[in-house]
Design a binder for this molecule. Structure first.
Ligand code: NIG
Ligand code: FE
Length: 407
């Protein structure tokens, strides 16, 4: 079955299967009057000018077409919400103060433990539908609100089931080390042993996660504890990711480089030595500007990272606490306005580099022969337009593996 998208006013895509860093981050392919030919869901040819014949023709009516967006960092699986924390924030309580008082991740953990697999599935499916409408076709989802073996496995099973039955491609990350839960507060070591010696073997046995993540942060997991968790993950075939330098720079980004993490997340207060370590270790910086916005924090030094040769990806961080937002188009706006990245650099950050951050660049993140036919036809004439407009959903038609799934 051949499907062609024709009359593309502007086709904008990064190219390749590896992360784009330094000046290459902004070096993308732009074609005018273009077309994309797909065969059985896979891109067969991309070109400009007269279009070849196909069984099905989708007319882009002169609009912008990009690869389907890739959201490389979400905490998709959680029970409840935390709107009660808004008032606390407005009265000056900080994120860590709320967490230390038993709110934050612990309160979502209580709600997640109380939820059935079916309830979690239905709730997450609703979020997935919404993300697909915003133009996201591939994403990562973490566990981390179970914090007990049965509930961490429950969350990962939900992700696996959704990946099987929803058009979205979802890759799973095990994040048992998101917080030491209340019942282990007096014995942190015992919780870390539980994560490494009980949860991880089961995760591996069931084959339900590809990555291991840890919240390396003040009052959460120290650098040494984080190293212990990520090294244990490696033994079980889980590639390391790390929440680093979100609130305090305690050494997480340095660890990311040392351990060869596939990506480091947040990096809001990343110091120069952290950037250098990530550059040496070939780590993708996965930046989450909507979280900075929501926490009222500063913004990660994205330009310094690009200058140092660290590939920059951007993601939503969708979660019920620090970022109850799954709109990657808002992240695109923030990438330009707050990181001062160019539209070309931003596009790479939410497509190819994001795909690299979750080891999906062989299938997703760019429009070129051999990759999946995942693309977005925008209600926009060009790339600048989607970076400049704000607050509307400009994604018009979403195509996943050659099939129209939205629009
Ligand atoms: O990425 N920082 C740790 N995890 C999430 C927040 C989790 C929560 O507040 O529920 C984040 O910001
Ligand atoms: Fe996160």
């Amino acid at each position: 079955m051949k499907t062609i998208v024709t009359d593309i006013g502007m086709l904008a895509t990064p190219q390749g299967k590896g992360p784009r860093k330094g000046p290459e981050q902004g070096n993308i392919q732009i074609l005018k009057d273009a077309w994309v030919l797909m065969e059985d869901g896979v891109i067969a040819q991309v070109g400009a000018g007269p279009a070849p014949a196909a069984d099905e023709v989708i007319d882009a009516h002169g609009a912008l077409v990009t690869p389907g967006l890739v959201d490389a960092h979400t905490h998709l699986i959680f029970g409840g919400w935390r709107q009660n924390e808004l008032g606390l924030k407005l009265h000056g309580k900080t994120y860590l103060e709320i967490q230390n008082a038993g709110g934050g991740i612990q309160s979502t953990t209580n709600a997640t433990r109380a939820a059935t697999e079916e309830e979690l599935t239905q709730k997450a499916a609703k979020a997935l539908d919404e993300m697909l409408h915003f133009g996201v076709t591939t994403m990562e989802a973490k566990s981390g609100y179970g914090l007990a073996t049965q509930h961490e496995l429950k969350a990962l099973r939900v992700i696996q089931n959704l990946n099987d039955r929803h058009p979205m491609d979802i890759v799973a990350t095990f994040m048992g080390a998101h917080l030491v839960p209340a019942e282990y507060k007096a014995d942190r070591g015992a919780y870390i042993r539980l994560v490494c010696e009980e949860m991880m073997p089961k995760v591996k046995e069931q084959g339900i996660a590809r990555f291991c993540d840890v919240f390396c942060e003040a009052d959460t997991f120290t650098v040494e504890e984080s190293r212990q968790v990520l090294e244990a993950g490696l033994k079980y075939g889980l590639r390391p990711k790390i929440h680093a330098d979100e609130i305090e720079a305690i050494g997480g980004s340095q660890l990311a480089g040392e351990i060869g993490a596939i990506s480091a997340e947040h990096l809001i207060v990343c110091p120069p030595e952290g950037i250098a370590s990530m550059a040496r270790g070939g780590v993708v910086a996965c930046l989450l500007p909507a979280t900075s916005f929501y926490l009222g924090a500063t913004f990660a030094p994205a330009r310094d990272m690009i200058n140092a040769g660290v590939p920059v990806a951007m993601a939503s961080d969708f979660n019920p606490g620090s970022c109850p937002c799954l709109n990657l188009q808002f992240v695109i706006n923030l990438g330009c306005l707050k990181y001062k990245l160019t539209p070309e650099e931003v596009l790479t950050a939410v497509t190819l580099n994001a795909a690299c951050a979750i080891d999906m660049a062989d299938k997703a993140g760019s429009l070129e022969p051999g990759k999946q036919g995942d693309l977005v036809i925008w209600d926009a004439p060009d790339l600048d337009y989607i970076c400049y407009r704000m607050g509307s959903n400009l994604s018009k038609t979403v195509i996943k593996k050659g099939v129209v799934v939205v629009g």
